[in-house]
Design a protein around this ligand. Structure first.
Ligand code: BTN
Length: 240
């Protein structure tokens, strides 16, 4: 496994996107101490204090995952991060806020941004970008609800050790995804934030009270509202 370390990059995801896919071995990691234009979900920027956290991308070739099942990869990555955080944060179990934010104590500790190319109905290459808050303790006001390993443990943690733990969890869970995707789904649901809890959501512009009941085969969120099931895609629902 190759780990390429950079002091500064615009974005580790972008760096990987610009490389020739053939030149990259599976599990190659591109890691930067500092990103000048880190990318987040929904076109947001990812802010991370330089030298304090982990910002990296892993290249995968999940050719065993059909395009229709790409949520299996989302679950695998989220679980690999959640299990890694558990190793460093003691009793506080990491949860997964659908689809793939990692939360501890109701606060976001990690975000994941994956882009995949598809060939003949299967995934061919995925660039899996991970921003994990490790030693940062002060966050700008505009970041909603952040936390970090240090805020949770009051200790500094070696970012390289966290990266190593993550990669070994990922290698193990990637094999499980290949051989037993149902087991991955079960573990994912076991960590799903607000599962079976009633809370407020904005669904297609309207505030509703609903209960998460799980996900469907495509990874859409299943909400129960007034005794009926609503199946939501990412852009249709917001957690309030
Ligand atoms: C989110 O918005 O929750 C996803 C954040 C993903 C951030 C990571 S940091 C490393 C990689 N490179 C990027 O530009 N983004 C991802």
């Amino acid at each position: 496994m190759k780990i390429l370390h950079f002091d500064s990059l615009e974005s580790t995801n972008k760096y990987c996107e610009l490389l020739d896919p053939q030149s990259l071995e599976e599990f190659t990691v591109v890691c930067a101490h500092k990103q000048t234009a880190g990318k987040g979900q929904r076109g947001n920027t990812w802010f991370s204090e330089p030298y304090k956290n982990l910002t990296f991308s892993v290249i995968l070739n999940p050719t065993f995952i059909a395009a229709a099942d790409q949520y299996n990869l989302t679950m695998c990555l989220a679980l690999a991060v959640a299990e890694t955080i558990d190793l460093y944060c003691g009793k506080k179990r990491a949860q997964i806020k659908w689809p793939n934010d990692i939360y501890v104590d109701g606060k976001k500790i990690c975000g994941i941004l994956t882009s995949s190319s598809i060939s003949n109905g299967y995934l061919s290459q995925s660039i899996c970008g991970i921003g994990l808050n490790v030693n940062q303790t002060i966050f700008p006001d505009w970041i909603p609800n952040p936390t970090s390993i240090k805020l949770l443990t009051n200790k500094d943690t070696d970012t390289n050790k966290v990266l190593e733990s993550f990669l070994s969890n990922l290698q193990r869970l990637y094999l499980v995804t290949k051989n037993d995707a149902e087991a991955i789904k079960k573990s994912y649901l076991g960590r799903l934030y607000r599962l079976d809890k009633t809370a407020r959501y904005k669904y297609i512009g309207k505030e509703i009270e609903a209960t998460i009941r799980g996900i469907d085969q495509f990874g859409h969120l299943r909400l129960e509202h007034n005794g009926k099931e609503i199946v939501c895609a990412l852009k249709e629902v917001m957690f309030l």
